[in-house]
Design a protein around this ligand. Structure first.
Ligand SMILES: Cc1ncc(C[n+]2csc(CCOP(=O)(O)OP(=O)(O)O)c2C)c(N)n1
Ligand SMILES: [Mg+2]
Length: 687
């Protein structure tokens, strides 16, 4: 046999002969090399979870690398997001548009391979992770979204002429989550996983990287929960495996899939940094480069003879999921075509909702809702006005998914057309229990999944509990809506623990968060419509417990409200002063202005329901509302600092910079200076 033929045969054999070990080691090599090149990152988790990843991605995960937005793909979440090189390796190796050059620029400016997996950067990243515990909560949201949408869209299979059942299950995918000890320790994992158990999310499977290590070292001193029992008590199906034994992992995944009424936790005993002869099993490899010497020693130890960032063809071939992925999507497309033929309206609705488009009649219907609300001009609390809007929007918006963290009757988030979800019954309104953080993190997962527009209510005060999830929603540009009621000291007798002071200002400071604090029912309707229409970020609706006066606006003001701030009432000629206000204090601005105008001081009143939206308007519009050179007073029952950017140092703010007190709301507002008398005196003090 000629040498040439032998060589060709060897190449052919090599092409087909990458071992499972080689495939897992490709993750190890890419991860340790990318972290080494960046001299920053976390090699331990990817190296420890390489076998779990290889088994899941090569033998179970249904996805199409060439179409990361295929709607029925399985969702994969790396909740232990510090192990980002794990997912970048997987995406690269299986055929996503993530070339090696991106891996080589891991953690550098403009690389798709950011320090932690960022949604919208690399294709195939389903959610941004890194803040531990939130990824698993997002995963619960993905799985819940799948279950709710399956209920709404899947149809009973008919039998065709050949007695073959037709599969109309167009929403039918799994959600897989990797999580580490850190995620397990974070309280939000408790909130979300307990709910996942209650909801019986059978298509959610989580893999716990049980490596006994977190940053401070061996975890015996701070993490001794019996995690298996904890999850069993939530109602999960729990298994334990050797996380380096691919066959055992595969069997566990198969078993998890068979349990359709419970989420599954697979506890995977692993060694952090597996493969590194001197650093595996120790926190030394958690969050820093192994070092050139140890990288070389690891290469020798695992038998990886290739240069950094070089992957042999047989290893690529072993990982390549493009054909499998195309076939999986093609099979679904065929199923969807059959569905579409039988149920054209449902198919169109599915495509619309998964595409994030609002119904065709949205504009006309919501214009009518705003106009009708304005006509009524009811004197109600803005939380009540909000409930009226929810009730009007719900029939228009089948993707609307309401909820509250155990305050439905206070937040007024439900309405008669909502069907309340329980363990056995799907619907479109969720009682999340007393779990503010879990609720908003789950909502993020649902918004990421697509097909739903989730909103959730709590007392504004407890938006602090949920702050990081609200921030993640803004960071990921998600359409979620927070309904935050009892928005100031005006809420009254519950006292300082329940009275937001700095909270509205705090939310306004989150980039890409739109905060609305409407002053009456018309502004509340406009705020809701704007929040639902907003495709690229979350909105917080900050609403009063107490009644506000009814106010009838000129129709021309509806569009101005959409600009976040507008001239509510003006004087002829140049104003002497502009009073800016919003929410329940708008009434005060109007009354004080009337008194001042009567006494000869010319006052313009500006209603500013959303500073964030107002700030985005063009300069000419902003100047027309807040005319340069005119002194200003702002009124809001919250911290004064925030308003300085509008009133300047020469202006004044009627606000509150201390905690509140326990007393009826009206008494407190008076006590803290929210009176016409004080506003008038404040205006006079700056003129
Ligand atoms: C909410 C939050 N707190 C703290 C951190 C910082 N941090 C990153 S990884 C980590 C330890 C995680 O331990 P584990 O999940 O066991 O990861 P392993 O070391 O096993 O990879 C910490 C505290 C974080 N990313 N998020
Ligand atoms: Mg760990």
């Amino acid at each position: 046999m000629s040498m040439k033929i032998v060589k060709a045969q060897l190449i052919i054999r090599e092409k087909t002969m990458a071992t499972r070990k080689d495939l897992a080691n490709a993750i190890r090599a890419l991860s340790m090399d990318a972290v080494q090149k960046a001299n920053s990152g976390h090699p331990g988790a990817p190296m420890g979870m390489a076998e779990i990843a290889e088994e899941l991605w090569n033998h179970h995960l249904s996805h199409n690398p060439k179409n990361p937005s295929w709607t029925n793909r399985d969702r994969f979440v790396l909740s232990n997001g510090h192990g980002s090189m794990l997912i970048y390796s997987l995406l690269h190796l299986t055929g996503y548009a993530l070339p090696m050059d991106e891996l080589k620029t891991f953690r550098q400016l403009h690389s798709k391979c950011a320090g932690h997996p960022e949604y919208g950067y690399a294709p195939g990243i389903e959610t941004t992770t890194g803040p531990l515990g939130q990824g698993i909560a997002n995963g619960v949201g993905f799985a819940m979204a799948e279950k709710l949408l399956a209920d709404q869209f899947n149809k009973q299979g008919h039998f065709d002429g050949f007695n073959q059942a037709i599969d109309y299950n167009i929403v039918d995918h799994h959600t897989y989550v990797f999580l580490g000890d850190g995620c397990m320790m974070e309280g939000v994992s408790h909130e979300a996983c307990a709910l996942a158990g209650t909801w019986g999310l059978g298509k959610l499977t989580a893999f716990w990287d049980d490596n006994g290590i977190s940053i401070d070292g061996h975890i015996e001193g701070w993490y001794t929960d019996d995690t298996a029992k904890r999850f069993e008590s939530y109602g999960w199906h729990v298994q334990s495996v050797d996380g380096h034994d691919v066959a055992a992992i595969g069997k566990a995944i198969d078993a998890a899939k068979k349990v359709t009424d419970k989420p599954s936790l697979i506890c995977c005993k692993t060694v952090i940094g597996m493969g590194s002869p001197n650093k595996s099993g120790s926190h030394d490899c958690h969050g820093s480069a192994l070092g050139l010497e140890e990288v070389a020693a690891t290469r020798a130890n695992i038998g990886w003879a290739h240069e950094p960032f070089v992957i042999p063809a047989d290893v690529y071939a072993g990982w390549d999921a493009t054909d499998k992925g195309a076939a999986a999507e093609a099979a679904w497309n065929a199923k969807f075509a059959t569905y579409k033929a039988a149920f054209p309206a449902d198919a169109a609705e599915y495509s619309r909702r998964m595409g994030g488009e609002l119904p065709a009649n949205w504009k006309s219907a919501t214009d009518a809702i705003i106009a009708a609300t304005n006509d009524k001009a009811e004197a109600v609390a803005t939380r009540k006005a909000s409930q009226n809007v929810i009730g009007a929007l719900a029939p228009l918006l089948p993707e609307f998914l309401g909820g509250s963290a155990d305050l439905t009757g206070s937040n007024l988030t439900s309405c008669s057309s909502f069907v309340h979800v329980d363990a056995k019954k799907p619907g479109n309104y969720i009682s999340y229990g007393v779990r503010e953080f879990g609720m908003f993190a789950i909502m993020n997962g649902m918004a990421l999944h697509g097909g739903l527009i989730p909103f959730g209510g709590t007392f504004h005060m407890f938006s602090d509990y949920a702050k990081s999830a609200l921030r993640m929603s803004a960071l990921m540009k998600l359409r979620t809506i927070a309904v935050l009621t009892h928005d100031s000291i005006g809420q009254g007798e519950d006292g300082p623990t329940h009275q937001p002071i700095e909270n509205t200002a705090g939310l306004r400071l989150i980039p890409n968060m739109d905060v609305w604090r409407p002053g009456n029912s018309t502004e509340t309707a406009v705020a809701w419509v704007a929040a639902v229409e907003r495709k690229n970020g979350p909105s917080s609706l900050v609403l009063s417990r107490q009644n506000v006066p009814g106010m009838k606006h000129e129709a021309a003001q509806f569009d101005l409200m959409r600009k976040g701030g507008y001239v509510l009432s003006d004087v002829s000629g140049k104003a002497d002063v502009i009073i800016i206000s919003n929410g329940s204090e708008l009434e005060l601005a109007v009354k004080a202005a009337a008194e001042l105008n009567a006494a000869g001081t010319k006052v313009r009143v500006v209603s500013m329901p959303s500073t964030n939206v107002f700030d985005r308007q063009d300069k000419a519009y902003k100047d027309s509302v807040l005319t340069a050179g005119v002194k200003r007073v702002a009124i809001e029952a919250g911290v004064t600092d925030f308003w300085r950017k509008y009133v300047g140092l020469e202006g004044a703010v009627v606000g509150i910079d201390t905690f509140g007190e326990s007393a009826p709301g009206g008494v407190l507002l008076k006590h803290f200076g929210f009176t016409v008398e004080n506003v008038v005196a404040t205006v006079k003090s700056i003129l």
